[in-house]
Design a protein around this ligand. Structure first.
Ligand SMILES: Nc1ncnc2c1ncn2[C@@H]1O[C@H](COP(=O)(O)OP(=O)(O)OP(=O)(O)O)[C@@H](O)[C@H]1O
Ligand SMILES: Nc1nc2c(ncn2[C@@H]2O[C@H](COP(=O)(O)O)[C@@H](O)[C@H]2O)c(=O)[nH]1
Length: 206
C-alpha cells in the first residue's frame, strides 16, 4: 500500500524545492502562495532550531526539542529527517498527508540530504534545485537577511558548497534554477509547475 495519495488517484504531484540556505526558496514559495490561492499547500517541517522573529509555530515549522523529534522519528512518523547546520529538520508523514488531503500541490522545502531520502520513497515529487548565482552573492543575501550568527552563517556557507557540488549529480533534479533575477527565476519555476497547477485548478472546478 502506498503511504501517500497514489499516482493512480491522479492528484497533483508534490514539489520539492531544495538548494543552499539563502538561495531564495522561501521567497519563491511565498510568491506561489500569493499568486495561486488555495492551489499550493506547504509541508510544515519539524525543526529543533530556535524560531526566528516573525516565524509562527505550526505554520513555518513545528518547533520541537531534540528529544521530542527523536521520539517521533523512532515512532516511524517521519518520511525523512536530517541534521543541518547543528539542528534537526524533518518531514512528517502527517505534514504531507494534511496537504494532499486538500488536493493541493504539496511543497516541501528541504535540504539535499532530504532530497536523497525522499528519492527512496513513493512520494514521486518534482525535484527543483534553487541555486544562487555565486557563493559571494549567497553570503551577502544571508548577511542581509540578518537571521544568522557568524558561526551559523559559516556553517551554512560550508553546507552550501557541499550542496552545489552534490547537486551536479545527473538526474538528481528535474530543474535547476539559478536565482539571480527573482522574476526570471519565478517564471522558470511557474513554467515547470504549469501542468500540476492546471491539474489542481481543474480539480477545484469539478
Ligand atoms: N533574486 C534575488 N535577488 C536578491 N535577493 C534575493 C533574491 N531571492 C531571494 N533574495 C533574498 O535573499 C534572502 C534569502 O532568501 P530566502 O530566505 O528565500 O532563502 P531560502 O533559500 O529560503 O533560505 P533558507 O533555506 O535558509 O530558508 C532573503 O532576504 C531574500 O529576500
Ligand atoms: N531534510 C530536511 N531539510 C529541511 C527541512 N525543513 C527545512 N529544511 C532545510 O533546512 C535548511 C535550513 O532551513 P532554515 O529554515 O533553518 O533556514 C534549508 O536548506 C531547508 O531547505 C526538512 O523537513 N527536512
Amino acid at each position: 500500500m502506498c503511504l501517500f495519495v497514489c499516482v493512480a488517484m491522479q492528484g497533483p504531484r508534490p514539489v520539492v524545492l531544495s538548494g543552499p540556505s539563502g538561495a531564495g526558496k522561501s521567497t519563491l514559495i511565498k510568491k506561489l502562495f500569493k499568486d495561486y490561492e488555495n492551489i499550493f499547500g506547504f509541508s510544515v517541517s519539524h525543526t529543533t532550531r530556535q524560531p526566528r522573529a516573525g516565524e509562527v509555530n505550526g505554520k513555518d515549522y513545528h518547533f520541537v526539542t531534540r528529544e521530542e523529534m527523536k521520539k517521533e522519528i523512532d515512532a516511524g512518523e517521519f518520511i525523512e529527517h536530517a541534521e543541518f547546520s547543528g539542528n534537526m529538520y524533518g518531514t512528517s508523514k502527517g505534514a504531507v498527508q494534511a496537504v494532499q488531503a486538500k488536493n493541493q500541490i504539496c511543497i516541501l522545502d528541504i535540504d539535499i540530504q532530504g532530497v536523497k531520502n525522499i528519492k527512496k520513497t513513493d512520494l514521486n515529487p518534482i525535484y527543483i534545485s534553487v541555486q544562487p548565482p555565486s557563493i559571494d552573492v549567497l553570503e551577502k543575501r544571508l548577511r542581509d537577511r540578518q537571521t544568522e550568527t557568524e558561526e551559523s552563517l559559516q556553517k551554512r556557507l560550508t553546507a552550501a558548497r557541499v550542496d552545489l557540488e552534490l547537486s551536479k549529480e545527473p538526474g538528481l533534479f528535474d530543474l535547476v534554477i539559478i536565482n539571480d533575477d527573482l522574476e526570471k527565476a519565478y517564471s522558470e519555476l511557474k513554467e515547470q509547475l504549469l501542468k500540476e497547477i492546471q491539474k489542481a485548478q481543474e480539480s477545484r472546478k469539478s
